[in-house]
Each structure stands twice: as C-alpha cells, then as structure tokens.
Design a protein around this ligand. Structure first.
Ligand code: ZN
Ligand code: ZN
Length: 809
C-alpha cells in the first residue's frame, strides 16, 4: 500500500525548518480544495467526437467546457478564461472537430476549415499531437479531419498539400502575417471555408506584440470576407480581468467570456519567501540580498531530497541552468550522484521525442526536479507535480497563477513558493500578500490603434487587396488620418480603386510583429559568419553594445563590435562570470498633454512625449552575487523615441509645506520614479523593462518638479495610460513599498533600479516618502475642468536645471 502523501503544509514546514530559515517565509496562503462541477455536452456535437473524447477518459465536460462549446455552436465569438489544466482545449476542440467532420460530408467544395493560432511552435506541436490522439481514439471516423502544422519548419513540398487539403491548420501569428495573408490567393479555398479561428493563450498577445497581432487578425478578417468566409473566433486565455474586453480589442469583434471554472482543484499552499540579506555591498554601499536563483537551487535540493516532484521556473535560460547545476552539486554531496541525476534543466529547443521522454520521466517520478524557463515556451506538459518554485514574480498575477497551477495531481495537494528577487515589486509582494491573493488578476493591455503599429499593417493590407473606404472601420479610428500620410511618404498610392502598394519590397517585411519598430540588428558570430538571431533596433544599443554579454538560446556571447551602419553585432562565444548592464542618459519633452487631473495643488497628466536617450557606458555585474566589477565608456549616438507618458508635478509651495529642502528634491523625485517604475507592472501587464522614466526638480515644459514614466515603444503600448488610470493605487503601492522596506537609505528592494542610467545617484529614501505623501495626501483626483496650456514659464531658470537621467526600455 502506498503511504498517504504529506499535505503541502507539512512539506512547507519541513522546508522552512530544515535549515532554520523560518524567517524567510513571509506568508503562507491556504487555498482549499474545490470540487468539480459537470454539465452535459450541448446538442449539436457529433457523436464520433464525443466518443473519441470519452475514449480519452472524459465522459462529461466541466460546466465551463459545456458553456463554451454551446456558445461556439451558436456561432458566438467566445473567450474561455479559466485556470491552468482546466481543459480549455477540449472546450473548443469539441465544436471545431464536429464542424470539420460535418464538412467532410459536404457534397461539394472543401467543407469547413479551421485555423488554430498559438504564440509558439512548440505549443502548436503539442496541440497537433492531442488532436492526433483524439483521431486515433475512435473507430476511424475522425481520420477524415485532416490536421497539419504550417510554420517555418513545414517542408516546402508539404505546404501545397496543407493549403489545398488540410481542414485544420495549426500556425502562429508570425506565419499568418508573413506567409499566409500575403499569399492569400493560394489559400482562397481554405479562407472561403473558414468556420473557426482558434486563438490559444491569447493573454500573451499584450503590449506592442498584442497590438500587432490584433492588426494581423483584422487583415485576416478582411480577406475572409473577400472570399465569403465569416469565421467564429474561439479564444483561450489564462485567468484575466475583463477577458471579453481584451479579446474584443484583439479581434475587433464582440466576444462573450466564459469565466466560471468548473474544474476541480486540490488543496494548495502558496508560500511567499524572501532570501536573506548578505554581507555583500552593491551600488552606493547598499545591502544586497541573496539571489533568488541561489535560493531556488537550495529549495529545489531539499524538495528533491524529500522526494517531492518539483519544477522551478526561472526567468532566463542561463538562470535555469544555474539552478540545476547548483542543485546537482548539492545533491551529489548530500546523497550521491544517483540522486543528482534526478534533476535536469530544460533549455528549450528540444526535439518532440526528447520532450516526450522528459514528460514521461517527470510523470513516472524518475526525474524529481526540473529547472525551466516559463511554462509557455516549454512545450512539455509539466502539470501534475507536487511543488512549483517561482524564481521571482513572473510579472503578472495571471502568470503567477498559471505557473503555480502546474502543481497538483488529481485531488492531491500542491505547494507553490514565490521566491522574491531583490527588486521593489517582488519585495512589495512578499510583504503584501493581499495584493496577490485578494486582488483580481490584471487585464491584458494592448493598443491596436497605435499609429506606429497600424501603419505597416495598412501597407501590408493594401498589398493584399487595395484599401478602400469600406476598410476604414475595420482598422480603427487612426486609419483615416494615416492613409494620406502614408501616401505622402510614398508608401501607398492613391488611385480611383483605393490605396495601392506599388513598391517592390514585400509589405509584410516592413515590420517584425515581435519587435518594436525599426530594422532589427542582426547578431552574427564573428568567426563563422553564422546568423544567431536579431534584436530590435530600439533595444540594440542597450542589449548588444560593444562589450555586452548577450544571452542567446541558453548560450552566452560577448559582443566584439556593434556596427550601426550595417545593423550588425559581431559576437564570439564567451562565458564570463559576469553579466553586463548598459548605462544611459535621458531627457524628455512634452509634445501634447491629452488629459490632466488635479490632486489638490498637484497635477497628474497623460500625453505624448519625445524621449532622447543615449547609452554612454556599461557595468559588469558578477553573476549570483550582483557585485559591480567595473564600468566601461561607450561612444554611441543619441536616439529619440516618440511615445506616451504619465507624469505628475508638485508645486514649490507644497514642497515648502512638506519641509522638503531644495537639495533633497532631486534624490526624492528620482527615488519615487524608480520605485514607481518597479510597481507599475502590478497594474499594467508590462515588464519593468517595457517602461522608462525621467525625474527632474524643474522641467522646462511644466515649470515644476516633475516625474515622468513613459512607454518604451514608439507610439506607446498602453502601459503609461494604465498608470494614469490607476494612478492613486499605483503611487499608493509605490509609497507602501518604499516605507515597508527594512533598509535604511535605499536598496534594490525599494528605490534602486538595476537599469538606472545614473548609477543610482542621487537617491533619497526619506525624501521620496515625504514627496509621495504630499502628492497622495492632497485629496482628489478631480478631472481638471479644462487642461491649461502646458506651462512654459520659468524656462530661463530651467535652462540651467539638470534632468535626472533614466534609461529607456
Ligand atoms: Zn530598501
Ligand atoms: Zn535612475
């Protein structure tokens, strides 16, 4: 008889007590088990499909699966936003396969088709395998549904077959943008018959990437309409706030949300864990915490010794390897090499057979520990483990629940541990459990109307079919003013039949939908000439400057030279014990103030800005400890970025009242700016690297002490706007984070920034608390009756004022 497994609370107790580290456990949250709720399948699904599903062990669906399938059958656009492992795939596969099977019996023509989009090739491959299992499960009827992947790996000879005969095509937005839509004539019969478009993991389409995908989907809808197809969109999302709104923005269609999750959940204990301070000193002599990576390796070691099947999610591939290597060393010492071999790193890019072998080893228990990057890019099914370690906050509560949801086999308990990194957001979260456990997950933020995003898609659309007035509504309100601009720039030509693309190059090549504009910089191995990959122009100066250590697919390279003229970074393999971080200076100009609210005498604004940024040097930072090893100067030209920003100003009288001295102001504003950048990801689905900031005691455009936070992408991505909308909560959390930090004068957990362009100088922790209190304590916000013209006063005085520089993303 198997012994009853220990409860997750018992496992956590052992983990904390084993080495006397109870004080690192800042909170544990007990989430009770939840029973399953079932409903019958809706009418109208094919018996062959239900038989195949039943053969796979599922007799009746959970309530949310039945609800979504029913809506799909009724021809409604649906988004299913439920937890990890809640069977979202089945909810759309049942109606899709039924419709496709129906189609195979059509007397003439192609029957029905379906397009499945996933953000990664690995996920599409998984889905294809799952469909293959369903087809094999039944007596052969489902074999008539022809499913095929169509992506960069599809052999050329096979592509024609897919276009002509496949009824279910699995691909990704990149391939749709570059491969399928520009060649739509060859896809005419497929598009005409297109009944369903499935968009899996749709919460990943956020920010600039999400905005691009939204426009790719509008191009798809336009071409379908041209051929007479009118597909129903079925979307699957991680749990998110307002999924119907986000899915509506993504597709441009009214979408019904299914959110009431009927799947069961075992008892879960969620622990918050803060690594201890070390003797080491960082910038400005600040105390440095033990790294989350080192701490994760320790916890993984102890869990494996305890025979607990664990996956540790680590941000970078390099970090995942480090965690595995350290755990293996500790296990060799503690229990010998046999046990050490039961831990592995997952680096991505494995062949499907290797991934299946890894899954089997995990599920059988032969492998007890896995260190891996985020679940999405894995392409391995790691559901059903006993414990999950999250090395650093994944950036969103939605991501947190998605990773934590990998733990918990049917009906059994699960342990999840969030290990804080040394930064303001992680530190805030492990000391404010309510902001994780008593808050709804965030909405997926995207802004398809951003003209920088829209313009290349209008060109691509015009090259697919001339653009006419009837297309204006589809592409949104920015379209009408953009078209004449594109004509003036020689991108489009106006003729009686509409706007045409007449240039020689392919319009779809104008934009990399995963980049943020500008021609990408190629990364080339200097000695072999091998192309390793690209980085977008916007981040090239920061990521691949001469001397930078650049990680690419788990390997590290040193940049020998960044050649801006040729847009190429020449690199060589290198594995030094340090990482690099670029230093830069930034100034900002207000172009237009769109919205302003008064907070007492203080003012909060949102609008357009121009940011000028120059990378001037880089630091070497020792791996694991974060120690600074030295600084090297760089000679790179400045870059400008037109984007959107949120900013706040206080008056000199307010500063006097708060007793903030003029000499304290620069450090106070700079500290408040850093911490607020660190906390914005709590309110907008962004990364702290997606945004930048500038603070100054006297800004020429406002005539006042001002702190700006801006989107790091041309035209903006919706993050600063979100900050404006949620400003009181956002800046309140910022104040809480600084106040709660146990350090004396500021540290990476509160006001220091890993990407500060000015070496984290000057910073004034006490001053920043007073500054934020005076900003937040003045009542409001009330929408200003009218937005006064931006104050241009005191410009003469301001000419002498230095702006505190801050890097862009
Ligand atoms: Zn601190
Ligand atoms: Zn700074």
């Amino acid at each position: 008889m198997k012994p009853r497994p220990d409860s997750p609370a018992t496992v956590l107790k052992r983990l904390a007590e084993a080495r006397g580290r109870q004080d690192r456990l800042t909170h544990s949250e007990h989430l009770p088990a939840r029973a399953a709720r079932f409903a019958p399948w809706p009418a109208g699904l094919r018996p062959e499909v239900l038989a195949a599903v039943a053969a796979g062990g599922i007799d009746r669906p959970w309530t949310h699966q039945a609800e979504a399938a029913n809506l799909a059958n009724l021809g409604k656009h649906v988004v299913i936003a439920t937890g990890t492992a809640s069977g979202k795939s089945l909810a759309y596969l049942a109606p899709v396969l039924s419709a496709l099977l129906e189609g195979t019996e059509a007397a003439n023509g192609r029957g029905a088709t379906c397009l499945y989009l996933s953000p990664t090739k690995a996920l599409a491959a998984d889905q294809l395998r799952r469909i293959g299992e369903l087809r094999a499960a039944e007596d052969g009827a489902l074999q008539r549904v022809r499913a095929a992947a169509y992506d960069g790996d599809t052999p050329f000879q096979q592509r024609e077959w897919v276009r002509q005969y496949a009824s279910l095509v699995l691909t990704n937005p990149d391939m749709l943008h570059r491969g399928i839509l520009p060649a739509h004539a060859r896809w005419a019969s497929f598009l005409r018959a297109l009944r369903f478009v499935v968009i899996d993991e749709c919460h990943t389409y956020r920010g600039v990437f999400g905005s691009h995908v939204a426009q790719v989907l509008r191009r798809l809808r336009r071409l379908c309409a041209r051929y007479g197809g009118e597909p129903v969109f079925l979307l699957a999302s991680a749990t998110s706030a307002d999924p119907a709104v986000s899915a509506g923005r993504l597709t441009g269609l009214p979408v019904t949300a299914v959110t009431d999750d009927g799947s069961p959940r075992g008892e879960t204990v969620f622990a918050l864990w803060e690594p201890p301070l070390t003797e080491l000193q960082g910038e400005q002599g600040a105390p440095v915490r033990r790294s989350a990576t080192a701490e994760a390796a320790d916890l993984l070691t102890d869990l494996v010794l305890d025979r607990i099947r664990t996956v540790a999610f680590v941000r970078s591939r390099r970090g995942a390897e480090l965690v595995a290597v350290i755990a293996q060393e500790r296990l060799t010492e503690a229990a010998g090499p046999e046990t050490a071999r039961r831990v592995a790193a997952y680096r991505g890019g494995y062949l499907p057979e290797e991934r299946r072998a890894l899954e089997r080893a995990l599920h059988s228990g032969r492998l007890l520990g896995l260190a891996a990057t985020s679940a999405l890019e894995l392409g391995v099914d790691v559901a059903g483990l006993d414990a999950v370690l999250l090395t650093g906050y994944p950036g969103t509560r939605a991501g947190l629940w998605q990773q934590a949801g990998r733990a918990g086999r049917a009906g059994q308990g699960a342990l999840a541990v969030l290990i804080a990194r040394d930064d303001p957001l992680d530190t805030y979260l492990v000391h404010h459990p309510d902001s994780l456990f008593r808050q709804p997950v965030e909405a997926t933020v995207l802004d398809p109307d951003n003209p920088h995003v829209l313009a290349p898609h209008l060109c691509a659309a015009a090259s697919e079919l001339p653009l006419t007035d009837s297309d204006l509504e589809l592409f949104g309100p920015s379209t009408a003013p953009l078209l004449p601009q594109l004509e003036r720039r020689g991108m489009l030509r106006r003729r009686p039949g509409g706007y045409f693309w007449t240039r020689r190059e392919r319009a779809a090549d104008l934009v990399d939908i995963r980049g943020s504009g500008g021609a990408p910089v190629r990364i080339v191995e200097a000695d072999t000439g091998r192309l390793l990959g690209t980085v977008d122009a916007g981040s090239a100066h920061t990521a691949v400057h001469t001397g930078a250590i650049h990680l690419h697919q788990g390997s590290s390279y040193r940049v020998r030279e960044l050649d801006l003229e040729e847009s190429v970074a020449l690199v060589e393999a290198a594995d030094p014990p340090y990482s690099t971080v670029a230093r830069d200076t930034t100034s900002i100009t207000v172009l237009a103030t769109d919205r302003a609210v008064a907070w007492g005498d203080a003012r909060l604004c949102f609008g357009s800005v121009e940011v000028t940024n120059q990378v001037v040097s880089f630091l070497k930072r020792r791996l694991l400890t974060g120690e600074i090893l030295g600084e090297t100067k760089l000679d790179l030209p400045p870059r400008t970025l037109r984007t959107r920003a949120v900013w706040w100003c206080v008056t000199d009288d307010q500063l006097d009242d708060a007793g903030l001295l003029p000499e304290e102001l620069p450090g106070a504003a700079h500290a408040a700016e850093h911490a607020s950048i660190g906390l914005l990801p709590l309110f907008a689905t962004c990364d702290r690297w997606d945004i930048g900031g500038v603070s100054t005691p006297l800004h020429p455009d406002t005539g006042l002490p001002t702190v700006f936070v801006y989107d790091g992408h041309p035209g903006g991505a919706g993050f600063a706007e979100r900050g404006f909308q949620r400003a009181r909560e956002w800046l309140g959390a910022t104040l809480d984070a600084i106040t709660a930090c146990e350090c004396e004068r500021g540290c990476p957990s509160c006001i220091q920034s890993p990407k500060c362009g000015n070496g984290n100088e000057p910073l004034d922790k006490a001053g920043s608390i007073r500054l934020l209190r005076l900003l937040l304590g003045t009542g409001g916000p009330e929408e200003a009756a009218s937005v006064p013209a931006v104050a241009k006063a005191a410009v003469a005085k301001a000419a002498g004022s230095a702006q505190s520089p801050e890097p862009s993303a």
